[in-house]
Design a protein around this ligand. Structure first.
Ligand code: BGC
Length: 858
């Protein structure tokens, strides 16, 4: 038996993260036993675990998914912790390795203040501090926040491996600082230098790009703490003693790219200037995960286009930067342009709208390796100018995204489905860059709440997203506080900027405030996320209730509705609205959010709230019934999405009737989908829940327009924003709003895990502690191998359809978990070694299972 994946607040060995509460978790593998019978968690200030400051004792009451500990933490302090587990197999026990976490500065004041550069230069400032070391360094930490973005170096070596620090949030409300262990970088007389870029803070960002998003000055706050081997200490904070020069980065912008002029000598250092308003009260330890390079992608080919351009084809659309070795003559310009698609064989980027997405380098004549510091691109193609002898080996695309650990994999015998899954994974990677964004390439790249909500279950199947979404949810809550509980369309929203869209809100998008926390609870089994978000969830539902008033005003405000669905009566390639009544969608989601809130209240023991919001949810659904259904329960809204909502939320009793209406509705369009952001994530799930798996498969496997595999067949390497983003002849359908890297429609991967593989989490045993397994084999897929590193442990589920209609199933259930397995098309007498029978279900506990039988009634 082994104890693995020991985490604090769902983070591995966190250094300098916000520790406003402590939740420990771990997983058990290679056990002979099936369940934990007792466990113990200890926390100590010492690596040998002596004199623990917390000791749970050996107890039955430790939940491996989430053990919350209430203890006071000191600033800048390293804590060690370990886990002991005993299983139900007599005498089996295990001790974890010793893990650690280290606090940041907590409430301690900063020794240093924000400084700025007063030089009248657009060239980016580099702040410098020379450090005379007094002895050999035992330990050193750098606490740092630089605005817009910063890159710190010690003796020329980059501090840490993160990009785009201090990350993206509403800077008017809070600022994150990072903590780095720099012990190994300090040697001899050392120089700490920090270059600043514009970033989201002072570059253009959002829908009002004519002005800086938050402020127009560079700022740096840093505190370097050194402990020497003789026990003495040094603390070096930013102050007027720091020097600042202007470097060779001449321009940087999230949308527009970067320009580096190596011919410019650094300016004469001048004294840094302390800022008047200190802003230090806004600082907090980080919640953002590190954004790092995850893949280095080799170009597929170099293309000479009909227009005579030289273009690198990376073979994959993704988001990130690049590393490019160049040797150009002094004064020569190298220019790179980034785009997602070729048009008529030529480089193209009109769908990026105003985002220039470029990189310019002016050579000083020496060979060098270029790598942007303060921008990122969403791209597959790079047009290269100024490099006559371009070689593939000189260029690497670097995929940048937040450190989300992969969790799920799913491979089938169907090549297009496999590519669809890969495209969805790339959609996630490309848009999980600190904030869940809509797209990574055009002048938007914003944290649209609706997109995040729609994709969240798929995201949690594909990767461990708890910590990633926790930061986003924290931001949602922060922003609600200034606008009476409303949830802005996108987070951060720059509300405090007084922009016209400040406080704009709508259903489905705003409902992210309830749906995402509940999804995280379901997938990770940690009630703390509900406790954290409870005020936010409540504020959202109460906001709707106030706005709704006595006249159902919520229905009547602007809602995006079934965004990008194909059934708007006016039609048209550029149409963005769907055909489903937006008031209906809004009210159903209002009731659903109230219901989720009531469920959260239940989990948290808020009984009065549970009763109140259950009653509210029931009343809203009653109102929905009386407004949108006939007296006999016939839906007035009979679009695909309308019928899907009816079934998904069980709004009326005559399910069979509505099911038939849905089947007929789909038949009207030859079983092709017309759904948008609301209906698409429901479509196959609802069909399967109605027992219509064959129809779900038919829609998924359709290779014509519109459908998932149609995009794959047209060569998509990521998910597209629109079903018709690219026409069958390869031409882009429109440029106003057309990204080739949006993840929302990747929501189908949730269905692949839950219905094709059949792995379903249960609300009454969240975190995959208990699951329902209902695999649904299909001849065209042939086989399916799924694995999922759930919060509770690793599940595996494989099915194979042999030629004679024999089905072979192989299943792994992790330690501490139970599953109810429903066999598809099985004769009544099938037995599974080691499993107990409970009606139609087989009850499985930890272990491997195999069953093979001839399918009946298929
Ligand atoms: C974004 C979306 C977003 C939408 C709002 C678009 O510009 O790219 O994905 O949800 O606006 O309707």
């Amino acid at each position: 038996m082994k104890i693995i994946d020991c985490k604090v607040n769902h983070l591995t060995e966190p250094l300098g993260y916000k520790m406003d509460r402590l939740v420990f978790s771990y997983r058990v593998s290679e056990a002979a036993g099936k369940f934990q019978s007792a466990a113990r968690i200890r926390v100590s200030l010492h690596a040998d675990m002596r004199e623990p400051v917390y000791d749970s004792g050996i107890t039955e009451n430790i939940d491996s998914l989430a053990h919350a500990v209430d203890m006071a933490l000191a600033p800048r302090c390293r804590y060690y912790w370990d886990v002991y587990v005993r299983s139900d197999a007599g005498g089996e026990e295990a001790h974890s390795a010793v893990n650690s976490f280290e606090t940041g500065k907590r409430d301690e004041p900063w020794q240093g203040r924000f400084i700025t550069c007063t030089a009248d230069e657009t060239r980016h400032p580099i702040f410098i501090r020379d450090i005379a070391l007094k002895d050999r360094v035992a330990a050193a930490r750098l606490y740092i926040c630089g605005l817009g973005l910063y890159e710190a170096r010690i003796n020329g070596v980059k501090v840490g491996n993160e990009y785009l620090t201090p990350y993206l949030n509403n800077y008017d409300q809070w600022l994150q600082y990072q903590t780095f262990d720099v012990t190994g970088l300090l040697a001899g007389d050392s120089r700490l230098s920090v270059e600043l870029g514009n970033g989201w803070y002072k570059g253009r960002y959002g829908f009002h790009p004519e002005k800086p998003s938050y402020a127009d000055d560079f700022r740096l706050l840093a505190e370097l703490r050194i402990r020497y081997q003789d026990g003495s200490k040094d603390v070096i904070g930013t102050d007027a003693d720091w020097l600042v020069t202007c470097g060779q980065t001449v321009a940087s912008d999230i949308y527009d790219g970067e320009m580096f002029d190596a011919t410019l000598p650094p300016t004469e250092p001048i004294q840094a200037t302390p800022c008047d308003d200190d802003m230090a009260d806004k600082l907090s330890e980080r919640l953002s995960l590190p954004v790092t390079v995850h893949e280095a992608i080799e170009p597929l080919s170099i293309i000479k286009t009909p227009a005579g351009e030289t273009v690198l084809d990376m073979g994959q659309n993704f988001s990130g930067i690049f590393r490019f070795r160049v040797a150009a003559a002094a004064g020569e310009r190298v220019r790179l342009y980034f785009g997602e698609i070729l048009q008529e064989g030529n480089f193209y980027r009109d769908n990026l709208r105003s985002a220039k997405a470029e990189y310019t380098y002016i050579s000083d004549g020496t060979e060098c390796v270029l790598e942007p510091k303060f921008t990122f691109y969403g791209y597959r193609y790079v047009k290269v100018e100024g490099v006559p002898d371009l070689r593939k080996e000189d260029f690497r695309g670097l995929a940048l995204y937040s450190d989300i650990t992969p969790a799920g994999s799913l491979v089938t015998g169907h090549a297009l489905i496999n590519r669809l899954i890969l495209n969805t994974m790339w959609g996630q990677k490309s848009n999980f860059l600190d904030v869940p964004t809509d797209c990574p390439q055009r002048d938007e790249r914003m944290g649209w709440t609706g997109d995040a909500q729609v994709f969240c279950p798929t995201a949690c199947f594909l990767a461990d997203c708890h910590a990633f979404f926790r930061k986003y949810l924290y931001d949602i809550h922060s922003e609600q506080q200034d606008i009476s509980g409303a949830v802005p369309h996108y987070i951060p929203s720059f509300c405090a900027q007084g922009t016209p869209d400040a406080g704009a809100t709508c259903s489905v998008w705003g409902d992210a405030a309830c749906i995402i926390p509940w999804t995280l609870y379901l997938y990770y089994g940690d009630r703390q996320i509900l406790a954290d978000q409870y005020p936010s969830m409540k504020a959202w539902v109460d906001y709707i209730t106030r706005l709704d008033g006595d006249n159902h005003a919520w229905r009547d405000i602007f809602h995006f509705g079934d965004w990008l669905a194909l059934d708007h009566p006016a039609g048209g390639d550029d149409q963005v609205f769907g055909g489903t009544d937006t008031g209906f969608i809004a009210d159903v989601h209002y009731a659903n959010s109230a219901k989720i809130l009531a469920q959260a209240a239940d989990v948290l023991g808020e009984d009065a709230d549970s009763h109140f919001y259950t009653t509210l949810a029931t009343r809203i659904m009653d109102d929905v019934r009386s407004e949108f259904y006939s007296a006999t329960g016939r839906p007035c809204i009979d679009t695909q999405t309308g019928l899907l909502l009816s079934l998904r939320y069980n709004i009326v009793e005559n399910r069979e009737k509505i099911q038939k209406m849905l089947v007929d509705k789909l038949a009207e369009s030859n079983d092709k989908l017309k759904t948008g952001f609301v209906g698409t994530p429901l479509l196959c799930n609802v069909l399967s829940e109605c027992g219509l798996d064959d129809l779900a498969y038919k829609i998924l496997l359709n290779e014509d327009y519109p459908g998932w595999l149609h995009t794959v067949k047209l060569g998509a390497t990521t998910m597209w924003e629109r079903w018709n983003s690219v026409n069958p002849d390869g031409s882009i359908s429109s440029t106003g709003m057309n990204s080739l890297n949006h993840y929302a429609y990747g929501a189908i991967v949730d269905w692949l895990f839950r219905h094709a593989a059949g792995l379903n989490p249960c609300e009454d045993a969240p975190g995959f502690r208990a699951v329902v397994l209902k695999p649904m084999p299909h001849r065209e897929l042939g086989f399916l191998d799924a694995a999922y590193e759930s919060a509770a442990g690793r599940y595996e589920l494989s099915w194979r359809l042999h030629d004679d209609d024999r089905l072979e199933l192989n299943i792994l259930i992790p330690f501490g978990c139970t599953a109810k397995l429903y066999l598809p098309h099985a004769p009544a007498d099938v037995e599974i070694a080691g499993a107990a029978r409970e009606g139609e279900a087989y009850v499985l506990t930890a272990g491997r299972y195999r069953v093979e039988y001839g399918m009946v009634g298929k």
